[in-house]
Design a protein around this ligand. Structure first.
Ligand code: F6P
Length: 333
């Protein structure tokens, strides 16, 4: 039932997933559609992110349209990084779709690029928007966790554990590249969780010399195999292959291999944590819209779902936990 306290003008919510997909996005879509129905509101799926708004790819949803998706990776709504939406012409076309289908509010599930688009769109066309943070990178200010991050961590740990088996068997040094263009959350946490020798992240410049020193030290201390985790956006400015080549040249006793985990990190069944997070965020996003809130993103803070203005979520920096760097340094002895 609608809370009589609020005079909501929201009747038909459009929902889309945008940017890189993340496990748990489906659970968020399910929560949005079902909460809308619970509050006697309508929901409309928009396919392929903002591109679907521009190209008018929509479908009315009901609670049964989101059956059996809570456990599925990817996004049933499809996703895209849409350059056309960056232009005013593109956004005007998108607004035509909104008018045509009488959509009066939007829920955008995605990362900071998607929220930038949402913020501009809502200011130009005065359409209420709530964002739900969905990206494996966990690089969004205003939430301790983004949807998909926990699943990606577990996927990466699983992969590195397997790499460790073969690294030990062959006395090899492995460089494992994980995702994170601008953020080292995945590298730092999986590096510690998988017992990596060193972790290279975009937030800190370790430098190749120090890496070499550290690996030489561990070789001397009796380690016959090692794993180094590198975020794709690492600060050395070199890619994982260049780094591996440099170390191999300077440590001829080590047999070096590179493993780039790539997009497998974005797929797979969401963990329980991500399903619950996505469900909570989806419910709150609809409730907030219905209460007249807009231009903000839902986020998790101390186990509560909170709201952060979109501008803050986009401009704020999601800092890495420096204590994790210290823990990693101590334990890689
Ligand atoms: O934003 C999530 C992310 O997976 C990043 O970690 C990665 O750099 C990027 O997306 C890859 O994007 P795409 O799938 O478009 O190549």
């Amino acid at each position: 039932m609608k809370n009589p306290k609020y005079m909501s003008s929201v009747k038909r919510i459009g929902v889309l997933t945008s940017g890189g997909d993340a496990p748990g996005m489906n659970a968020a879509v399910r929560a949005v559609v079902r909460t809308a129905a619970f509050l006697k509101l309508e929901s409309v799926a928009i396919y392929q992110g903002y591109q679907g708004l521009i190209d008018d790819k929509t479908q009315i949803m009901n609670p049964r349209s989101v059956n059996n998706i809570i456990n599925k990776g990817g996004t049933i709504l499809k996703s895209a990084r849409c350059s056309e939406f960056r232009s005013i012409e593109g956004r005007k076309k998108a607004f035509e779709t909104i008018k045509k289908h009488k959509i009066d509010s939007l829920i955008i599930i995605g990362g900071d690029g998607s929220f930038t688009g949402a913020m501009i769109f809502q200011s130009e066309f005065k359409i209420p928007v709530i964002g739900i943070p969905g990206t494996i990178d966990n690089d969004i200010f205003g939430t301790s966790h983004t949807i998909g991050y926990d699943t990606a961590l577990n996927t990466v740990i699983d992969a590195i554990d397997k790499i460790r088996d073969t690294a030990i068997s062959h006395n090899r040094l492995f460089f494992v590249e994980v995702m994170g263009r601008d953020a080292g959350h995945i590298a730092l946490n999986t590096g510690i969780g998988a017992g990596a020798e060193e972790i290279l992240i975009p937030e800190e410049n370790m430098g190749l010399e120090r890496l070499l020193e550290s690996l030489s030290r561990s070789e001397k201390s009796g380690k016959s195999s090692s794993i180094v985790v590198i975020a794709e956006g690492d600060k050395t400015g070199k890619n994982v292959f260049d780094i591996a080549e440099y170390i191999e040249k300077n440590m001829p006793n080590y047999d070096v291999r590179v493993s780039v985990l790539g997009h497998m990190q974005r797929g797979g069944r969401p963990t329980c944590f991500d399903r619950v997070l996505a469900s909570r965020m989806g419910v709150k996003a609809v409730e907030y819209l219905n209460e007249g809130k807009s231009n903000a993103m839902v986020g998790l803070k101390e186990d509560e779902i909170i709201l952060t203005p979109l501008e803050k979520a986009i401009k704020g920096k999601s800092e890495i936990n420096k204590d994790l760097v210290r823990v990693s340094d101590i334990l890689s002895l």
